[in-house]
Write a protein that binds this ligand. Structure first.
Ligand SMILES: [Zn+2]
Length: 432
């Protein structure tokens, strides 16, 4: 079933060791072999939980990749194309790949760095065989951070003129980008990036991009905006759209860069959005928000922190309390053992949580233990991982809700993406 909206999962080298040993906490491979043996989210699920991947050129040497004309071949760990690099060839459905520069990387600069010149970027998209390439834009943000010369960052408010200059630069770059694309007869689909200071300037940018010949437009700097602000922008964009010919309207595609907002998806679709990307559901798995595991009913659960006993802060705090390293290791083991016993229904929530809190509070002195306790108890009592049929939860069991190292945390992130895609974007998750 094809969805009404395409979801691109942004990738920042999010791979994991498929044979990681959760009992001994050991990798199945050496670090040097990691890229070859590790797998992406689209490889671990029978049905990849996305329609495509968004990857920034900034991922590779900060975007300073060689061009063919320099006599050097693009070499991404031995792969010549982006689809080869992302290991997209042996999966169950074809995924599209969208490229951008990674405008967030240079948001604090006055303009995009030289190596993100439009012609160079277009050549890279072409050489690496991207399906879509976003023009070189500059984010219109309220604040930037600059080095104050004393190795500290100073927060600086951008003026209206500076913001407008960023918007204009994005329009100028988009113009050069599509002209170059036309001149060289390139094969990827060009996406014009629209920036704005408010709904009407966003709409003006979109209008200019359409006039240049773009049929696919990416709307940028949406991450800090509220749902209502995004909808206001889309409404203004629709005023522009409604003035187009029927054919142009039908062909126009809109992409929201960096946001998903599940509750507003229907409204986005009705306002003409055809695709979007967001890594927030993936990354929530390991951000300390208490919302780390997404259940199929839309409820978030806190993951259960079991830090490694060689964690520097943990060791330092334990020392202050007169706890030896051996004792610390025992406490860690007790946490993991109790979780396993709980999974096997051989112990109580209270016992597990006591072991966890005793150990975890050594890591963070200032945290509110009770607050955590309630969240941990809820996760354990409701056992949400048992209700999920995704490959992560089925194979990991309780470990999927354990906050510990990238192999558990990324698997939880992949699970979140699975729920987002199947339940919220397509509404077809297989639940009990
Ligand atoms: Zn799952």
């Amino acid at each position: 079933m094809s969805s009404t909206i395409k979801y691109f999962l942004p990738d920042w080298e999010d791979r994991l060791d498929p044979k990681f040993d959760f009992e001994t906490d050991e990798y199945s491979r050496d670090r040097a072999e990691a890229y070859e043996s590790d797998v992406y989210a689209h490889q671990v699920f029978k049905d990849p939980p996305c329609d495509g991947i968004l990857i920034s050129l900034a991922t590779f040497q900060g975007g300073k990749l060689p061009l063919e004309k320099d006599g050097l071949e693009v070499n991404l760990r031995g792969r010549k194309t982006i689809k080869g690099y992302l290991k997209l060839h042996k999966i169950s459905k074809p995924l599209e790949v969208m490229g951008d520069c990674g405008a967030f990387e240079y948001v604090n600069e006055d303009k995009p760095p030289k190596h993100f010149g439009t012609a160079r970027v277009a050549k890279l998209y072409q050489q690496l065989k991207f399906d879509y390439g976003v023009s070189v834009d500059h984010m219109v943000v309220d604040f930037v951070y600059k080095d104050n010369g004393k190795s500290k960052l100073k927060k600086i408010k951008l003026t209206q003129e500076e913001k407008e200059a960023r918007r204009k630069l994005s329009i100028y770059n988009a113009d050069r980008f599509i002209n170059y694309h036309r001149e060289k007869n390139l094969s990827f689909v060009p996406i014009g990036a629209a920036q704005g200071l408010n709904p009407s300037t966003y709409a003006d940018s979109v209008n200019r991009l359409i006039e240049m010949g773009y049929a696919y437009i990416g709307i940028g700097t949406l991450i800090p905006k509220t749902d209502e602000e995004i909808i206001d922008i889309l409404k203004q964009v629709n005023v522009v759209k409604n003035k187009l010919s029927f054919k142009q309207q039908k062909n126009l595609k809109l992409h929201l860069l960096g946001v998903v907002r599940p509750k507003k998806l229907k409204e986005f679709v009705s306002l003409g959005v055809t695709s979007l990307d967001s890594a927030s559901f993936l990354r929530k798995a390991w951000l300390r928000s208490g919302q780390n595991y997404l259940a199929h009913d839309g409820q978030w659960y806190s993951a259960i922190r079991v830090p490694y006993s060689d964690n520097e802060n943990l060791v330092a705090n334990a020392e202050k309390d007169g706890i030896t390293l051996d004792k610390l290791k025992q406490m860690e083991k007790k946490c993991l053992d109790s979780l396993q016993q709980y999974e096997d229904k051989n112990t109580t929530v209270r016992r597990v949580v006591n072991a966890l809190i005793n150990y975890d509070q050594l890591l963070l002195r200032d945290f509110d233990g009770n607050h955590h306790k309630d969240k941990y108890e809820k996760t354990l009592r409701e056992r949400p991982w048992e209700k999920c049929k995704c490959e992560m939860c089925k194979t990991l069991g309780i470990h999927v809700v354990v906050f510990r190292g990238c192999n558990r945390n990324k698997r939880r992130g992949f699970h979140n993406v699975y729920v987002l895609y199947n339940e919220m974007i397509n509404g077809k998750a297989k639940t009990n």
